[in-house]
Design a binder for this molecule. Structure first.
Ligand code: DGL
Length: 200
């Protein structure tokens, strides 16, 4: 039995995208050990039902518990949005998610925030719920961008196709006057510079 100090923190995602979260945890808490689980066999989660995402999350949490983790970070926006509420009271260790829109809530001056995420994340409305729970005066415009994940996985970060897909998804959002935007998916920050260039 490991003690609290040496027990690792479990981190999981639907694939490898959540490694960026694991890296940030290591940067901020260099003494912590991390056990990472990337569900590359069943990615993507973004097109799956809530029941499936909850079931996958429960299975992974059970697996991570066999590694004697002391806490779990769900480093997947889709699983955080759709499964965190269901699993957090089911297990006897702390479970945290990554739907944390505080920076955008603080950054927006005109109280209009855009959120992009997977189909499942956007349909859950979780970002709108959390943002408006922090400030009910903020208008949230959410848009699912499902093709961003395969584009990143294909290594198409600099490809012209990616620019066209960004335009296809974000044209309507660009014509609004949002002044802050949340990239609510593990893969989207890899397109940050292209999205920023398009959105101005
Ligand atoms: N990890 C997922 C997320 O952050 C993106 C990939 C997927 O659809 O599983 O929403």
């Amino acid at each position: 039995m490991m003690n609290k100090k040496t027990a690792p923190v479990g981190v999981f995602d639907s694939g490898v995208g959540g490694l960026t979260v694991a890296r940030e945890i290591s940067r901020q808490l260099p003494d912590e050990n991390i056990v990472y689980f990337g569900d590359t066999a069943r990615v993507p989660y973004g097109s799956k039902s809530q029941n499936t995402i909850i079931r996958f999350s429960e299975q992974i949490i059970r697996f991570l518990k066999t590694k004697e983790v002391k806490a779990i970070v769900i480093a997947c926006n889709t699983a955080s949005a759709l499964a965190l509420d269901a699993v957090k009271d089911e297990f006897d260790i702390p479970i945290l998610g990554v739907v944390i829109p505080g920076a955008a809530v603080e950054a927006t001056k005109n109280r209009k925030v855009g959120v992009v995420g997977t189909e499942a994340t956007v349909q859950s409305g979780m970002y709108t719920k959390v943002i408006q729970g922090m400030n009910p005066e903020i208008t949230v415009i959410e848009k699912a961008c499902p093709l961003f994940v395969p584009l990143v996985e294909e290594g198409f970060k600099e490809h012209q196709v990616t620019e066209e897909v960004i335009e296809y998804y974000l044209e309507s959002m660009r014509s609004t006057d949002i002044d802050a935007m949340i990239l609510g998916c593990t893969h989207y920050p890899l397109l940050r510079s292209k999205i920023r260039a398009y959105m101005g």
